[in-house]
Design a protein around this ligand. Structure first.
Ligand SMILES: *Cc1c(COP(=O)(O)O)cnc(C)c1O
Length: 429
């Protein structure tokens, strides 16, 4: 068995390090433990039988941190709120994309975000967060966390200036800064946050307040293929797996990825809050991971062509596509350092008002009118009236979310077909 184990956790051939896209088909799963099945079965079970009473005691001691693991000891399977084979394999594979120690999966992106924040915030603490940010996250920080005595200060992502430092100064006056939280690129403006600057600021704060804030980043937009935040001083990478990672618009799930010591408290909270993913969803996401890089690459190539088509279109005023950042600008420097592709979700402003924008959406024939993003099918929506409906109008206007702004998530359809659809839809203006 020990040979098998080494084999299914292999990360290198000789000195050659294997790539995550190769590892998605096998890493962490031993077929010999499941009748030789090539693919992991779905372990639809709430609980696991212990071989004997001592084994049960040993498993619990390890799971509840009552003792350190013995050399080579793996956590035993207990109960599916604590652990499950499908989720363990999935979590190992998620961690591989970012060379992380540990991944944890959740029942939704919001479950991952809420559980991670609760693990690290206490009454009297302050969270410093970037704007604009996902609506659910914003609601949690602005409306729910204050009820637990947690204050917040926001800083803006922007094309050319950052307001992180003034926000930190203000936050320090309010209490212990426990979390710096960023979403980059921002939705739907594609505004950028300098991740290294957040990581460095956390280190400075550690000296000042004797506690290092945990830096968390929502990496849903570029995904682990195009942006690996742990390399820039970030502690916790958060995902709505619902989007690119699961990628077929058929499940809702989330993840947190990071170093083992940072993930420990988050795992403890997940066990007690019960915010874990279920085995069937986990299995579907394992299948999705096999094509993650293929899907994201195809979408990104298509998105670049579509962004160029839109930029040249007489009825389009502006395209917020990361591939169009001006060379030499601060945003371009940040983008080049921390991201390897412009991705495939972006917004653009048409020439016209809300009615004109709605006419375009209503005229679409292939691209679906729906919120969400990162699926195999292309989707379009109107952020002002839909995903960002809750954001006060003056804030939307300040951030560049206008009545003529549309957001597109480019899928894996034939690019020329998508351009044909957009061509006829833009004629409706
Ligand atoms: C969708 C989304 C979330 C929330 O994820 P759910 O899986 O819907 O809970 C969080 N952050 C970003 C950037 C998202 O797009």
């Amino acid at each position: 068995m020990s040979d098998q184990k080494r084999n299914y956790r292999k990360t290198k051939i000789g000195n050659h390090k294997l790539s995550p896209e190769t590892q998605m088909m096998g890493y962490g799963y031993d077929p010999m433990l499941s009748e030789g099945a090539l693919k992991p079965p779905i372990f639809m079970t709430s609980t696991f039988v212990f071989e004997n009473a001592q084994a049960g005691k040993d498993f619990f001691e390890l799971a509840y941190g009552k003792r350190e693991a013995a050399k080579g000891e793996e956590p035993g399977l207990i109960y599916s709120r604590i652990n499950n084979p499908d989720l363990e394999v999935l979590e190992d594979r998620l961690a591989l994309w970012e060379d992380a120690d540990k991944g944890l999966t959740f029942s939704s992106g919001m479950a991952a975000i809420a559980t991670s924040l609760m693990a690290y915030l206490r009454p009297g603490d302050v969270i410093v967060y970037s704007a604009p940010i996902y609506g659910g996250t914003e609601y949690l920080i602005r409306n729910i966390l204050p009820e637990y005595g947690i204050k917040s200060v926001e800083f803006e992502s922007g094309w050319d200036e950052l307001t992180l430092e003034p926000a930190l100064e203000e936050a320090k006056k309010l209490g212990r800064v426990a979390v710096i939280y960023a979403e980059t690129p921002a939705n739907p403006t594609n505004g950028l946050i300098d991740l290294q600057r957040c990581g460095d600021a956390a280190k400075v704060l550690e000296k000042e307040q004797g506690y290092k804030p945990i830096v968390m980043v929502d990496n849903t937009f570029l995904g682990p293929v195009w942006q690996k935040p742990l390399q820039f001083g970030v502690d916790v990478v958060l995902y709505s797996l619902t989007k690119y990672v699961a990628g077929h618009s058929d499940v809702v799930a989330g993840a947190a990825v990071g170093a083992a010591d940072v993930m420990g408290p988050i795992q403890g909270f997940r066990t007690i809050l019960g915010t874990m993913c279920d085995p069937h969803t986990g299995w579907l996401i394992m299948r999705s991971l096999e094509t993650l890089k293929l899907r994201m690459s195809a979408s990104a190539i298509s998105a670049e062509k579509i962004a160029k088509f839109l930029r040249d279109h007489p009825k389009v005023e502006k395209v917020n596509y990361l591939g169009f950042l001006e060379e030499g600008s601060q945003a371009h420097r940040i983008f080049s350092r921390q991201s390897t592709s412009a991705g495939s979700t972006f917004s653009f402003d048409i020439k016209g008002d809300e009615a004109a924008a709605f006419r375009v959406l209503d005229a679409l024939q292939i691209i679906k009118l729906a919120v969400s993003l990162g699926g195999t099918e292309s989707l379009m929506e109107h952020p002002f009236a839909m995903t960002h409906s809750d954001v006060p109008d003056d804030v939307k206007l300040r951030l560049g979310i206008l009545e003529q702004t549309l957001r597109i998530s480019v899928g894996v359809e034939n690019t020329d077909d998508l351009i044909a659809d957009l061509t006829q839809a833009l004629d409706a203006i």
